[in-house]
Design a binder for this molecule. Structure first.
Ligand SMILES: Nc1ncnc2c1ncn2[C@@H]1O[C@H](COP(=O)(O)OP(=O)(O)OP(=O)(O)O)[C@@H](O)[C@H]1O
Ligand SMILES: [Mg+2]
Length: 397
């Protein structure tokens, strides 16, 4: 079999030398171009399997060269491109992805990291053509919100771990969106840094499509895909403002997610603002997460009333009682009679399991799926999946 051919497009002779050396050692065949223009020409003439593209170059920069390569491919074979950027700035990186790159790596990088990226991209079949992508089976396309009736009841914990159970145990493609725009917790819970793309990039993109959205989504090693909250509280305003002036930007993002995933879960905060109201409207189901204490019961009652006023049918709200077996003096029956409706799902209380997961940055569903808390959330996920799969089947019949 012929060696995999990599085209290096970089004007810096030192970087060229290092890359050629490293790639050859790994058994790749290497061709080199020293500016964007010859990069575009060689992409056509040398037919590489992958391109490493520098950004700042004479004649044609890396963005423009990538765009021209993509335009020339027009429906044909798509060569995976990794941008070599000097910027850790997310805006700059998104620019590269928008131009048509598949991944990027910030200089200076370790050769091992570059090799890992190259291999991951080749393994992913970076050459996936749009036709092949379209052949993926249809998704369930369900949008489910996790809305805490009160702060600290475990909304984020349940959203994350249910998403992992859906992915790993039920083999559902699942995305998790952090809609706690100001103080999103997913980065902390999942031990992720601040330098990744986020929902800001998604809603700021006038031509957002599935390909671009896929690049803004961060894959966690547990298998779930994340659309993260803005890296800073100030950036949350950008998202709110975009949503306020043009609600279709949020609708578009959500409908792309529905097409890409069986389940799109959204971790929310309690505020009732325009952004959250739009989420309520668009959702298929709202899991109202609660605990069995008086102030929470009072909140649940008012949430249910609000939803009722908004005209949602009763089934759209489902009650999830977290820490159901914790001693609070109020049991499930008391809660149900106070609310005059049934509690739909229960997740048990296990302080130790929850806290050790938090401290290690590894969700319990990924580190201890067979522990008591893991089993309880698995059971919840299974019930939800059965219910939702049944509903989608009926709706499609
Ligand atoms: N079933 C459970 N058993 C024991 N502890 C739990 C359980 N669920 C959540 N916790 C703990 O409760 C705390 C709050 O959880 P979490 O951050 O998920 O709640 P939240 O409702 O998302 O809070 P916030 O309002 O800050 O967004 C965490 O320390 C978590 O580990
Ligand atoms: Mg939370």
């Amino acid at each position: 079999m012929a060696a995999t051919k990599v085209l290096v497009v970089d004007d810096d002779l030192n970087i060229q030398r290092v890359l050629v050396f490293t790639l050859k050692q790994e058994g790749f065949e290497v061709v080199v171009a020293s500016d964007g223009q010859s990069g575009v020409e060689m992409a056509a003439s040398a037919q590489p399997d992958l391109i490493l593209m520098d950004v700042a170059m004479p004649k044609l920069d890396g963005y423009a060269a990538t765009q021209q390569i993509r335009a020339a491919e027009a429906g044909g074979r798509r060569i995976p491109i990794i941008m070599l950027t000097a910027e850790a700035d997310v805006g700059e990186r998104v620019k590269g992805l928008r131009a048509g790159a598949d991944d990027d790596i910030v200089k200076p990088f370790h050769p091992l990291e570059l090799m890992a990226r190259i291999k991951a991209l080749l393994a992913r079949g970076g050459t996936l053509t749009p036709a092949a992508a379209g052949a993926e089976p249809a998704t369930l396309g369900q949008l489910a919100l996790f809305y805490g009736a009160k702060g600290g009841v475990g909304t984020t914990t349940i959203a994350i771990n249910t998403a992992i159970a859906m992915t790993r145990e039920l083999r559902r493609r699942t995305a998790l969106v952090d809609a706690n725009l100001q103080f999103g917790d997913l980065r902390v819970f999942l031990d992720l840094g601040l330098d990744t793309a986020s929902i800001v990039n998604a809603v700021s993109e006038p031509d957002l499509d599935a390909d671009l959205l896929r690049k803004l989504i961060v894959r966690h090693h547990s298998g779930i895909d994340l659309l993260l909250a803005p890296p800073s509280p100030e950036a949350a305003d950008i998202v709110m403002e975009r949503q306020r002036t043009d609600p279709s930007t949020l609708t578009n993002t959500l409908s792309l997610l529905r097409k890409m995933y069986d389940y799109t879960f959204v971790d929310m905060v309690k505020t009732i603002d325009d952004f959250n109201l739009q989420l309520f409207d668009e959702a298929d189901v709202i899991f109202v997460v609660m605990t069995a204490d008086l102030s929470c019961l009072k909140n649940v009652r008012s949430v249910l009333e609000t939803m009722d006023h908004l005209g949602y049918e009763k089934g759209k709200m489902q009650l999830v009682l977290n820490r159901s077996n914790a001693y609070t003096g109020i049991n499930v029956n008391n809660a149900e009679s106070a609310l005059n409706r049934k509690v739909d799902y229960q997740v048990i209380n296990e302080y130790r399991g929850a806290i050790s997961a938090l401290n290690s940055g590894e969700p319990f569903m990924s580190s201890r799926p067979d522990g008591p808390l893991g089993r309880s959330v698995s059971e919840f996920a299974k019930q939800v999946d059965e219910q939702m799969a049944k509903e989608t089947a009926t709706a499609r019949a």
